[in-house]
Design a protein around this ligand. Structure first.
Ligand code: ZN
Length: 231
């Protein structure tokens, strides 16, 4: 395609020069393509644990995080401790706490579904699969609380009084009740600083679209996404 000018062009590029239109030529030639398409089927799982509710047990609160990361690239293992081992551990800890409470006679009113999903890094696959094949009606799924990357502190936060924070995303996009419930519970118990700087779907980082809650939001399920930022 570059033709006889190839060596000259390489010299220009190596010398730090630029290649502009004067080098473009038009040639007509026949080209043959040969390609083969491969398809590899790999099985992955979403892992689900349930704590059954009481008077509203036919409504479902989903708590999610993704347990996959990037795997191995060029001999390097990408462990994903923050993304999203941190969220996965949070889901497991909450499942344990809610089960302990249930054992002691303190069940939640709604059924809580703790779901860790796979394939997030490939394009939110696990949550997409679930939202296309839900085993509880999505109409009865009152909220998805998704957690992704809560294992470190945003580099913009440097002093002690700014560290006790979490970014909250999507809080008022589908339900107007949810912001009130979320703020209320936080003011009463957790007392974190809620930072809404990534909340706007039009934010250039597009965080609203970038983790598993999005597949619930797409189907009309209210979502809250909790996140501590990227380096
Ligand atoms: Zn992630």
């Amino acid at each position: 395609m570059i033709g006889n000018n190839f060596d000259t062009l390489i010299k220009i590029v190596r010398a730090g020069g630029t290649i502009d239109r004067q080098w473009s030529t038009e040639n007509k030639t026949k080209v043959a393509y040969r390609f083969e398409k491969y398809r590899t089927v790999i099985n992955a799982s979403n892992v689900v644990g349930i704590v059954e509710g009481t008077d509203k047990k036919d409504e479902y609160v989903f708590v999610t995080a993704h347990y996959d990361h990037l795997g191995m690239r060029n001999g390097l293992i990408y462990y994903g401790a923050d993304d999203d081992g941190s969220g996965t551990v949070a889901v497991i800890q909450m499942a344990e706490a809610f089960q302990k409470a249930a054992n002691e006679g303190n069940r939640p009113r709604r059924t809580i579904v703790f779901m860790t999903v796979s394939g997030e890094e490939k394009g939110l696959w696990g949550s997409e699969y679930y939202s296309d094949h839900p085993f509880y009606s999505l109409d009865k799924t009152t909220v998805n609380l998704n957690i992704d990357m809560i294992g470190r502190v945003d580099t913009e936060r440097t002093s002690a009084d700014t560290l006790n924070y979490v970014y909250v995303i999507g809080h008022d996009k589908i339900s107007s009740d949810l912001p009130v419930i979320n703020e209320g519970a936080n003011n009463k118990y957790t007392k974190l600083v809620f930072d809404y700087k990534f909340d706007d779907p039009n934010d250039q980082n597009r965080i609203f679209f970038r983790s598993d809650h999005y597949n619930f939001a797409k189907k009309g399920v209210p979502i809250l996404f909790f996140y501590d930022g990227m380096l």
